[in-house]
Each structure stands twice: as structure tokens, then as C-alpha cells.
Design a protein around this ligand. Sequence first.
Ligand SMILES: Cc1ncc(COP(=O)(O)O)c(C=O)c1O
Length: 478
Amino acid sequence: MTESWVNSAERIGADLHLELSGPGGRRAALIRALREAVRGGRLAPGTRLPPYRSLAADLGVARNTVADAYAELVAEGWLTARQGSGTRVAERAEPLRHAARVPVKAPPRARGPRHDLRQGRPDASAFPRAAWAASYRRALQAAPNEAFGPGDPAGRRELREALTEYLARARGVRTEPDRIVICSGFAHALRLLFGQDGGGVLHGPLGVEAYGLGFHRGLLAAAGVRTVPLPLDEHGARVERLGRERAVLLTPAHQFPTGGPLHAERRSAVIDWARARGGVILEDDYDGEFRYDRKPVGAVQGLDPERVIHIGSVSKSLSPALRLGWMVLPERYVDAVLAAKGEREAWASVPDQLALADFVVSGSYDRHVRRMRQRYRRRRDRLVEALAAHAPHVEVTGIAAGLHAVLRLPPGTERSAVKAAAWQGVALDGLADFRHPQATDTAADTAAYDGLVVGYATPSEHAYGAALEALCAALPPG
Ligand SMILES: Cc1ncc(COP(=O)(O)O)c(C=O)c1O
């Protein structure tokens, strides 16, 4: 087999695309999926399979399940196992007679793209199952009976106390438990704050960054809130353009999606604007923990806790499936937000809140974030190295923090690059997908360029190398 810049264990990762579904449990599903991959030629003879441990981690199964599946396929003649050279696809992979008689149903078609480089998702295979389960168990054992009755709309005190300490230490947030309201993530916070048909705690017009998540703009539009785009330059949002807006929504630690921090002068300027105009700053701190090359950028909230609503969630740090987040509020908004939540907690599961409190207090959250920071930093470095080797004309930006980077492309090539990527099986977005429809870019606005937004956290470890290879193949020539 010819060697490429991606090692063989990674190459096979992309082709595996194992969907563990169908009858007979996970072991049987894994055997079926691997057998079909060999039989269909997706795993070429001689290909080395990932070690038990990596495949088990990627698929979220026990190591023994992978070991058993490999052993079964060795017995059937599809794989070979030799001391020192790992498990490989047999050179003439043919079933033993008894295996050939077993009818093998076609596996279900793999859903979605082959390589998922969309932004916004952490590596789902890295969810800390064991530590989370331990926190959950401890939390359930320690919880008083009343915890299983209707929940307080502010959220569990245990979690609010844990977050008060954590956010002060890790993000420079100044608050106390009574100013925190638990919610089910950033999107829920927006819904609570802006309500429906103008009936919320806050009102528009709302200043927003000219590039941001269309999903959030859609939520705001559905609530009848007019959003006014602020241009971006190399220092972040041009907050000096704020005028009659009553609130502004910013991603100060890591502009989403272009990737830079809001410059210190702009941070002070936006606080000055809020003080002078009675406005409020919504700080979306969606991935503040993931910083690599630069000094930590603390929360803007720390500059003036009475002018900033600081919003965070575990969607990037742990999993978007948990649906847990928090709002750190100026005192004047607490009652109104609680009223918007209603009499009882209707969104954020109380046992999950208690588990998260334990996860934070026990240090598991810090350990997980540290581990993921290292992993994502390595991935970011591999992305940069791959581009330097295969597409040196493509500049990578926004890489000092976060879970995604922006590749700056030659003018006029973004759409065709997104299409070429799709053709290579790579799902990702172009920068234009994030642009506010009323944004007026000028030459001075650094966001006014063609670019690809590459989420490097999404693929599991063994699939990442192949995803990078496919990405590089899709980039326009220099
Ligand atoms: C810009 C931005 N803000 C906030 C979030 C978090 O959203 P939520 O907490 O609703 O999952 C995300 C996605 O994780 C995001 O990309």
C-alpha cells in the first residue's frame, strides 16, 4: 500500500463508518459492519485496523466488544491477527465455509456525510461516560427527597453554587448563586430573554455581529426582535457603531465564526455604551474554555456585572445533548427571567443539574476540559500542518481558540470549494452561510472574504486524518 501523509490506521477510520444498528446487540452489529466493510472492498486487504482501545472509544463500546468482534472475524477468515503487527484485513479475505452459509443482511445505509467538519460540535466519542456516570450516581445518592419533586425555576442551588465558584475561577465572572438562572442552553436563554412577539424581558433592536449563527438570528426574528448587524474587523465587532439599540449580543472571547477575541479597547467601549445608554450586553461565552496559544480572555461580565448578561452552556465543553446552560444576570433582571421561566423548572432536568454540580465540584469538569483542550489543540495543529503541506496558499485564521478554524480562500472560490468538499464527502460551511442578510461589508472588514469554516472537533480520533485528506483534496489550487 502506498504511504501517504495520513497513517494507515487513520486512513481506514474514514472508511469504517460503522453504524452499530440492527439486531443482536453491539457485538453482533460491529461484526456485521466490519464484515460488510471487508466484503464490499471498503477495507482493502492488508489494511491495519485500529487498536481495540481506540475503536472502542470512538464507538462508545467496551474494549472487549471490539476484541470479540475481531476474534470472530479472524475465525471467519476476514481478518488476521499477528503478534506485533496488529489486526489486519486478510490478504485474500474470504469467508470460511461455515461463515459463507450465514446469510448477511445488507447493513443500513450510513447516514450523513463521510467526513463531518461542520462547526459547532464537540467530539461525541470523547464524552466522559465513566466520570459522568460516577457524578450521576453520587448526585442521586446524595440528593434529598425534595429534589425529585417539582424543580425551582432558578435551578438547583448546588449547581448555582458550583458555577459561581467555577465561573469566577475559570472565566473571571463576578456573581453569586442568586444571580444565576439555569436554562437548557444558549438558545433557551435567548427564548427566555426575548419571549415571543415582543413579550420578553428584553426588547430590540438588538445589535449583533455581522457574522453569527443564522439559527440564533432566526429565533430572534421569530420573537419579533429586529437585529442590526455590526461590521467586524481585526479587533472584533465595531461596537462604536452602536446607537439606538437597547441591547447587543457579542461573542467576545472568540468571535463566532471568524475566531478573534474582542479587543480590550472594544470591551471597554461596549461597557461605556451600555452605561451611557442604559443598554445591556449579552455575552455568548460558548467556547471560552478552549484557548490554545493566547492568554485566557476573561469574560466581559467581569468588567461590569450590572451591564452584562453572561450566558454559557455545556454544549461545547461536554455535549449539546445534555441541554444544560446558565445565565448570569444583573440583579435587575433576575425576577423577570424567573417569571419568564414559570413556576416550576420545565426544561433543565434536575438530576442532570445535580450531576453537573458534582461533576464541577469533584474536579471532573476541569479534568475533562484540560483533556479536550489538548486533544483539540493537536487536531488544530494537524489541520495547520496538513494545509501547510498540501494547500500552502490557503491561510488559516481564528485558530488561537475554539473548536473551529476559518480557511481564507482566493476571492470568488467559496461556493465552488463548498461544493468540491461535498463531492469529497466532506460536510462544512462557507463563511457566507453565517452572514447577516443586512450586513454591509467593506474592504476594511476582515470578515468580508471567502472562507470555509472547518470544525475540527467533530470527527472521532481515528477518522480525523482521512477527513483532513479529503478536505485538502477539495481546496482550490494555488
Ligand atoms: C455561537 C454559539 N453560541 C452558543 C452555542 C451553544 O448553544 P446551545 O447552548 O443552545 O447548545 C453554540 C453551539 O454550541 C454556538 O455555536
